[in-house]
Design a binder for this molecule. Structure first.
Ligand SMILES: Nc1ncnc2c1ncn2[C@@H]1O[C@H](COP(=O)(O)OP(=O)(O)OP(=O)(O)O)[C@@H](O)[C@H]1O
Ligand SMILES: [Mg+2]
Length: 273
C-alpha cells in the first residue's frame, strides 16, 4: 500500500526530513540526546514515548521552533536553517498541535482559510470571496473522503476527530509535504481515533511524509511504517515495521517490567502495596 519513491530504493537517499544525533537541553534538563529519525514521502513515522520523553521537543525541532544544540537537521538533504515555524511552513512542513488553533465559534470554511483568505478584485476593493472559499473547502473535504454536513456550521460543533480531519485537509490543501501531528488521537475514543487514522492514511497515500506522535502503540502500529521510541530523551531505536511486532512495540512502550511491578503493587492484600 505504501509506495516508497521508485527513484530511491529502500527509501535510502530520499528522506524529506532527517535528524541525525540531535540533542537539546533546557537549562539543566536534557530533553533530547542523540536522537536520529527520518521522514520519507508516502510514509508514516511514529514517535512514541511516555510523558516527558521528548516527543514534543523533537517535533519542535522539525517544525522550526527550536534548533538542536547538537547534531544535525536536514530538509531535502540540506541542513535546515529555520529561524521560526513560518520558515518550516514555507518549506511545506506543517505541524498540527493538539489545540489546532481553530476558532470554535467560526464556521468550518472560515477556519479553513484563517490567515490565507482567497480574495476577489484588487486594491482597496479586494474582498473575501466567500462563495469560492466554501466551494474549495467542500471539494477539499470531499476529496479526502471527509463527510461534513455543512461547511457553515461552527467548528465547535464538530467532534474532535472531525476537527482533526479538517485540519489535515487544510494542511494538504495549502501544499504541505510533511504533516506533523502531535498526539491527534490521544483525547479521542476508539471510533474517532479510527477516523483520524484514516485521514492520516489518506495524506500518506497522497505522498506526504507524516510524523505521528502518540502514546498509544495500538494507534501507531496499524498505520506506522517506522517507529521511533523515546525514553527520557534518549532513543530506544528506530524500527521499520518489518523489524518489530505489535507486542514488542507495546512492551517497549509500556516498559513491560514497570507495568508488572505496578500490577504487583496494586493487587489486593499486598502489604508492600
Ligand atoms: N521550554 C522548555 N523549558 C524547560 N524544559 C523543557 C522545555 N520543553 C521541554 N522541557 C522538558 O524536556 C523534557 C521533554 O519534554 P517534552 O515536552 O518534549 O516531552 P513529551 O514527550 O512531549 O511529553 P508529553 O507526552 O507529556 O507531551 C521534559 O522534562 C520537559 O519538562
Ligand atoms: Mg508532548
Amino acid at each position: 500500500m505504501t509506495a516508497i519513491d521508485e527513484k530511491t530504493p529502500a527509501g535510502a537517499a530520499s528522506a524529506l526530513l532527517e535528524v541525525r544525533a540531535a540533542g537539546k537541553t533546557f537549562g539543566g534538563v536534557i530533553a533530547l540526546r542523540d536522537v536520529s529519525m527520518r521522514v520519507c514521502a508516502g510514509e508514516v513515522t511514529c514517535v512514541l514515548g511516555d510523558n516527558g520523553a521528548g516527543k514534543s521537543t523533537l517535533i519542535k525541532i522539525l517544525s522550526g521552533m527550536h534548533a538542536p544544540d547538537s547534531g544535525e537537521y536536514l530538509v531535502d538533504g540540506v541542513p535546515a536553517a529555520f529561524t521560526s515555524p513560518r520558515d518550516a511552513l514555507d518549506r511545506g512542513i506543517a505541524t498540527l498541535y493538539q489545540d489546532l488553533a481553530m476558532i470554535p465559534l467560526m464556521s468550518v470554511w472560515r477556519n479553513f482559510f484563517l490567515g490565507s483568505e482567497p480574495r476577489l478584485g484588487w486594491g482597496p476593493f479586494r474582498r473575501f470571496d466567500v462563495a469560492r472559499a466554501k466551494h474549495v473547502v467542500r471539494e477539499e473535504l470531499r476529496s479526502m473522503g471527509i463527510d461534513i454536513r455543512d461547511v457553515d456550521q461552527p467548528v465547535g460543533t464538530l467532534s474532535g476527530g472531525e476537527r482533526q480531519s479538517v485540519a489535515i485537509a487544510r494542511a494538504v490543501h495549502f501544499g504541505a509535504r510533511v504533516l506533523i501531528l502531535d498526539e491527534p488521537t490521544s483525547a479521542l475514543g476508539v471510533k474517532q481515533a479510527g477516523v483520524v487514522l484514516r485521514y492520516i492514511a489518506q495524506a500518506r497515500d497522497r505522498g506526504l511524509g507524516v510524523v505521528f506522535i502518540t502514546h498509544n502503540p495500538h494507534h501507531a502500529y496499524p498505520i506506522g511504517d517506522r517507529f521511533l521510541l523515546l525514553n527520557r530523551g534518549a532513543s530506544l531505536g528506530e524500527y521499520g515495521k518489518a523489524d518489530i511486532t505489535r507486542e514488542e512495540l507495546t512492551s517497549l512502550m509500556a516498559g513491560g517490567a514497570e507495568l508488572e511491578q505496578l500490577a504487583h503493587e496494586l493487587s489486593r492484600g499486598d502489604p508492600a502495596g
